[in-house]
Design a protein around this ligand. Structure first.
Ligand SMILES: Nc1ncnc2c1ncn2[C@@H]1O[C@H](COP(=O)(O)OP(=O)(O)OP(=O)(O)O)[C@@H](O)[C@H]1O
Ligand SMILES: [Mg+2]
Length: 499
């Protein structure tokens, strides 16, 4: 018996149809520490966290709290045992208000047992003010940015005063400033003796925040050590089971004619006078701080939002894009940063998610050719390295990173001329990131025009021919490959410099 240990996982196994997601997992989390779990997409990280949070029941093995075996049947029981969790996939209801989402399942009651809305309003206002979130409590979640929704989830999980807080990729959608806020909170929690289990694919983050690191691979624990005894390279090698180059070498690709030109695009309040162009075979980056308006511009191009003025010219023809199908017709597609809301079709299979947006391709002679559909889906998913038990598996059963790869495959079937990739490697493990970079290179070689929005400067610098930088809804600068440095980009991104 070790009183220092708060949570122990002992020989836990979990099977899904066709997959052994967890294979006799053993590890322990000490009181007042941040325990980071690393592993490739599909390694079993989220599955174990869901077992600990009572969403899944393990098939064998035990969970112990304070060295006593507990049987956690559901998340409410988990909470009463002092466990709370921030989920990897933002699973919010768009119509819910901020105050409802903060207190759902945990409503304060008045002395007659009725939900105490006055109290809810009061506490919500206090929290929003304390955290500098400038929203009214009755704002609907669909009107918030992804980063604010994620920040609210974080604040909510912390507000339960749990002993164990699980954070499954908490920073995948928040701004750098918010990351600092989160890390400060984590440090305070650690001081108070709270345990944090922290999952992330971001190596720099991991090494900043961890006390201990456990590496998962294919449902097994590979190794577990205090941070001091680890270095990045060892972690990565253990994760993928082989050495991975940390640098991707961009190939020189000859550029063709201009495919897309955007002139003076404006949507009041979101972006203003946006001008840029992309050529065949070119990878054009969009850098900027979160909230700079990059996603908004891309959404307008893809027909998800309207724009008020300005011109979009595709292959020398002026077009007006009013809907997503307009955009797809013009052979322009977009991978969205919020895959829950715009990416996946939740209850459908992997196959359907890949093929549904291009069924026309598989229909001729009035008949759907399932064999060709299946072959196409299989080829693409193999190329993308999608890890799934079968193509008939529901997409929701895939790990976060693998869902991202499925959505990319979906757009590949449509054989687009212009691809807009908004945060394409978010939530993707180091090995698979390389697959995506390779794929982008291949697409550029085929003469496609690629737009890459990313918050990770190193990958923009590595992959792009040119980078546009946005700040406060406007393009503040454009850099060519020989001019790329993080400092220059940041100067434009913070609008301390404009061209
Ligand atoms: N509900 C489910 N039904 C069937 N299979 C599942 C389910 N949830 C997860 N799996 C499978 O279990 C394995 C582990 O998935 P898990 O989500 O735990 O991975 P992860 O390590 O969190 O990956 P990522 O970094 O991509 O989030 C994967 O092969 C996944 O497809
Ligand atoms: Mg996961």
């Amino acid at each position: 018996m070790n009183l220092d240990i708060k949570l122990r996982v002992s020989n836990v196994e979990k099977f899904f149809p066709g997959v052994k997601a967890l294979d006799k997992i053993n590890f322990a989390v000490r009181k007042g520490t941040v325990h980071v779990i690393c592993g490739e997409n599909g390694a079993g990280k989220s599955t174990l966290m869901k077992v600990i949070n009572g969403i899944y029941k393990q098939d064998s093995g035990q969970i112990l709290i304070d060295e006593k075996v507990v049987d956690i049947k559901n998340p409410i029981e988990a909470r009463s045992l002092g466990i709370s969790m921030i989920f990897q996939e933002l699973n919010y209801m768009p119509e819910m208000t901020i105050e409802e989402s903060l207190f759902v399942g945990n409503w304060p009651r008045d002395r007659y047992g009725k939900v105490d809305w006055k109290e809810i309003r009061k506490r919500t206002l206090a929290l929003l003010e304390k955290e500098n979130l400038n929203y009214a409590p009755e704002t609907k979640l669909k009107d918030l940015t992804v980063s604010d929704i994620q920040m609210l989830e974080i604040l909510k999980a912390i507000s339960y005063n749990s002993d164990i807080i699980i954070m499954d990729e908490p920073t995948s959608a928040i701004t750098q400033k918010e990351v600092e806020v989160l890390f400060k909170k984590i440090n305070e929690l650690r001081e108070r003796g709270t345990c944090i289990i922290y999952i992330s694919h971001k190596m720099d983050e991991i090494f900043r925040i961890a006390d201990e690191i456990t590496v998962f691979r294919d449902g097994c624990v590979v190794d577990s050590r205090p941070k001091e005894n680890y270095d990045m390279e060892t972690v990565i090698t253990q994760m993928v089971g082989r050495k991975v180059e940390s640098i991707f070498q961009k190939e020189d690709i000859e550029l063709g004619e201009q495919v897309l030109q955007v002139k003076g695009l404006t949507n009041a309040g979101k972006f203003k006078n946006v001008n840029f162009e992309v050529r065949k075979g070119e990878i054009v980056g969009f850098a900027g701080l979160m909230g700079a308006g990059r996603t908004e511009v891309m959404r307008a191009l893809f027909g998800l939002d309207e724009y008020q003025s300005g011109d979009v010219i595709i292959k020398d023809k002026k077009v007006h894009i009013k809907s997503v199908s307009d955009s797809i017709d013009k052979k322009m597609v977009m991978l969205s940063e919020d895959r829950r809301r715009f990416g996946i079709i939740p209850v459908r299979s992997v196959r359907e998610n890949v093929s549904l947006s291009s069924l026309k391709k598989f229909i001729y002679g009035g008949r759907l050719h399932a064999d060709i559909e299946n072959q196409t889906v299989e080829d693409l998913c193999k190329k993308m390295n999608v890890k799934t038990p079968s193509y008939e598996t529901s997409i929701e059963a895939l790990s976060g990173g693998n869902q991202q790869k499925v959505i990319l495959s979906k757009w590949m079937v449509t054989d687009p001329d212009i691809l807009i990739l908004d945060e394409p490697t978010r939530g993707i493990d180091v090995g698979a990131k390389h697959e995506i970079y390779k794929l982008m290179t291949m697409l550029a070689k085929q003469g496609k025009a690629v737009i890459m929005v990313s918050s990770e400067l190193p990958e923009l610098i590595m992959m792009c021919d040119r980078i546009y930088v946005m700040a406060k809804g406007e393009i503040t600068g454009m850099l060519t490959r020989d001019e790329f440095t993080q400092e220059k980009i940041m100067a434009y991104a913070t609008a301390t410099k404009t061209q």
